[in-house]
Design a protein around this ligand. Structure first.
Ligand code: URA
Length: 283
């Protein structure tokens, strides 16, 4: 008779690690039988504005790991989003924004993360990449895309003459690693979003690249999946920007590592990004 995973604890553990579930703990014990308070309605509405992930993005295929219920972590809900909006709007430079994000306690992810992962690269670069969420390597180093998928992203950028230390700038939709690499919740995304939007305004890139389905759907405000979003130029608009920014969605490198046959599509999109950049006169 075939042995199942549950009859072989070592194989089960290996399976979890291979699937990316490398942490099982929170900082304090969690009473999972205790009743949970319902989310404040306004926060739910704000979070609902953020489209749910339905396409091949890095987060989708991440294992569904139940996060430890965050203990009291103020502010929360609407208050947290309002505070993020005020803090983000008050920042007039990228460095002020970084300080604001680092001091912000309204996103529940921060409690479980070791480091804030704000950005890497040249903030004056013509192209800005927005990924999804930091993983374990990013959490350790405090920089986006420094793990295995980051290495692939660097190679992808290099193939079209881009590099984070010269002409590319990289950030994420959330600034803290979700425990066990689970997908960020709508509310976690909603608390980071005012900072991300302000980040794009302040960097004011000539071209915006949304890496992965979650990033693309969130910033384009659509439920359409990455498979249909990629390959076309979109416009990213923001009241704080003088003009719409040409915007391309790109398959997430973590997805490409799992589905190498899709790399040809990413390659086409990278060529299109390179061509678009070539049409824009340097500022
Ligand atoms: N995946 C992301 O989307 N962002 C990172 O920073 C790392 C991996």
């Amino acid at each position: 008779m075939t042995e199942t995973l549950s009859q072989n604890p070592a194989a089960l553990l290996r399976w979890y690690v291979d699937a990316g579930v490398d942490e099982t703990i929170g900082e304090s014990p969690v009473d999972r039988l205790a009743k949970r308070a319902p989310s404040p309605p306004a926060a739910t509405a704000a979070a609902a504005a953020v489209a749910p992930a339905t396409a091949p993005s890095a987060s989708l295929t991440r294992p569904a790991v139940a996060a430890p219920a965050p203990a009291a972590f103020a502010p929360s809900g609407t208050e947290a989003i309002t505070s993020a909006v005020h803090l983000a709007q008050a920042a007039t430079t990228v460095e002020e924004l970084r300080a604001a994000v680092e001091s912000y306690d309204g996103c529940g992810l921060k409690k479980f993360a070791s480091r804030t992962v704000f950005a890497d690269g040249n903030p004056r670069a013509p192209v800005m990449f927005v990924g999804e969420a930091p993983g374990a390597d990013e959490d350790r180093q405090g920089l986006p895309f420094v793990g295995v998928s980051g290495k692939l992203l660097d190679r992808m950028l290099g193939s079209v003459g881009l590099a984070r230390d010269t002409n590319a700038y990289i950030t994420n939709i959330v600034f803290w690693r979700p425990p066990g690499n689970r997908a960020p919740t709508d509310e976690e995304i909603a608390t980071c979003l005012p900072f991300v939007r302000r980040h794009i305004e302040l960097v004011d890139p000539q071209v915006l690249v949304l890496v992965g389905g979650m990033s693309a759907k969130t910033l384009l405000g659509t439920a359409t999946g990455i498979t249909r979003l990629r390959g076309h130029w979109h416009q990213y608009e923001s009241p704080g920007m003088s003009r719409p920014v040409p915007c391309m969605a790109l398959f997430h490198p973590a997805y490409l590592l799992r589905s190498p046959d899709q790399k040809r599509f990413a390659w086409r999109d990278l060529i299109s990004i390179k061509q678009k950049l070539a049409t824009i006169p340097p500022v």
